[in-house]
Design a protein. Sequence first.
Length: 514
Amino acid sequence: MTTLQEHTTPNGDILLYSGAPNFKMLDTLAQGAGDVWHSSFEQGLKNTFPQLMYQTAVHWWYLNDFNDVDTAISWRINPEAFVVRKSVWELVGGFDAIYDSKLMSAFSFGINLLRNNGGVPLYVKGLFSDASLISSHIPKLDQYKFFRKHFKARHSTYFLLRKYGTKLFSDFKAFQKAKKEVKYKTDYRIIPLRPLQDIEDKPQVSVIIPTMFRQEYTLQLLYDYKDQNYPIKEAIVVDATPQEDRDESLYENLDLPFQLIVRWQTSKGSCRARNEAIDLCTGDYIVFGDDDIRVPPNFVENHIKVLQTYNAKACNGLDIRAEHHEQDLNDLKRLYDNTPKSRKKIGATHNFSNANSCVNRQEVFKLVGNDINYDGGYGEDGDFGLSLAKQGLVVLHNPKSINLHLKPPSGGYRWWNSQALILGKKRKKQPWEGDYPVKHIVPKPSPTVMYQKVKHFEPYQIKEYRNKYMFLYLFKGSVFGFLPRLLKLPYKMIQWRKSLFYAKNLNKLGVRYK
């Protein structure tokens, strides 16, 4: 049983704590987005419990702790030195008593807070400056209990198989014991959204809209921004529609209450388009959006309200896919009502979308912009969001700013991506191919998606990504298709190696913006 002491901040926030935190720092931290605070990096816990990769591989931003930051998202909580909001502790139910290890209980609490409860656990440098080192050992049984409780059964089975040849008997024994004692949990209590405060200081907002072959959709979106409850300062449209296919008069003489800046893009790629637009932004915040979305009148207002209420600098809105591209805002409420509750929670986001996000302009400038190594491929928005998080930002998931994503069957920057599936003389070379054009074998996964993994994760984690990718390819399909998949496995391995080859070449180039 964890015994915690209580502290009330000058603003009336009630916090529970273990150890000896710096209370002056706490009073400030409680005004921000965090729900839990700790200083575990200096206490021997940074990047501990790497076994989590057997479940998530390289598909979760927060698998590894971030470097060179004073504050950052981290679920690796030291149970002997941490602070938590009392309301959050009571709602979630504190540490789970199923574990023998107090450390596993704390890690389980932090991971679930981050992944399932809509909470924000934060590492804060110096909050517990006098705390001593703690052992990072977690008993084998507790590891299997954790996998069994929080992930589908195949993940604990895979965990066991991947440890084959080390201490198989003791692992199998722990696996079986956990299977008997622990059931998979699917229901989690969600931390409620804080009451949104009125907007203060009247910040100015710039909107970025890159477009290609979708001028009519862009015009429709501009009129949505005209109807916003909180007016924007400017919209920057970067239009890559070829000269022979565009109507240059379309953006003229529009009745808009904000400045419209139009640039005809001569470079290629959505990353370059956004970077050209970023250079033109003058607002305090930048809203990133695709050309094929619709936004309700409270869209911009709620972005700013959420950021100010949580004292955060970046958020990712709720992107709702339309059932067909002719739907409009009248359909959005129904689609939102049918959206699972798990997508409506606040907390740290686990992805980032250029279709719907809002970031403090100064934080965007720190990154410079989008990495153009992604042009011609996928993954640039996830890379941008993860890069913000690695700067130490809490990138919130904002369920109050919703958009309807129309996804029309043609147009958009993905026109270039469609060339990636073509082989032979008709194929148009993609930017990521560099000096080595694709000939007879299409690399899979997408080389730019692989580049994101190589860029942000460790080599041994990339190997685990490969292992799990092939494992799932073999065993996730139907039993009858197993033999054909097995016969095709060597070809899949070749595709993988080609993807990794291109990804490593991009990584050698380094991050580029122009």
